[in-house]
Design a protein around this ligand. Sequence first.
Ligand SMILES: [Mg+2]
Length: 131
Amino acid sequence: MNIYLDIDGVLIVHGKSVAHAIEFLEEITTKHSCFWLTTHCRGGENRAPEYLLKMFPAETESMLRKILPTDWNALKTDAINFTQDFRWLDDYAMEAEKEILRKNNCFDKYIRVDLKNNPDQLKNLMEVFNG
Ligand SMILES: [Mg+2]
């Protein structure tokens, strides 16, 4: 399935890679089609790998480059392909984005990442995506 990935609050918190981020990306990029859905990849420019490589080890570069860019401006949901199964991982969705998910009967495909309350959430999600 397609997995859409936010970065800040999901892979990076306070300028640091979060727990399990790299294993999580390794797992999902081998098993699923992954797309960036982050302000670091927007309006036709993909700066996500460069941004993450400030915090991730250099050997993660080829894996990061496997994650496909999206092009969106105002709403992240503009980049989601609703004709295919997907999950969208983000620490925050705007009300307008939630409304579009509901209109497409896809609200359950939005996974709110809340590492403050669940620091091992990426590890748990890895099990969900593999199961
Ligand atoms: Mg975020």
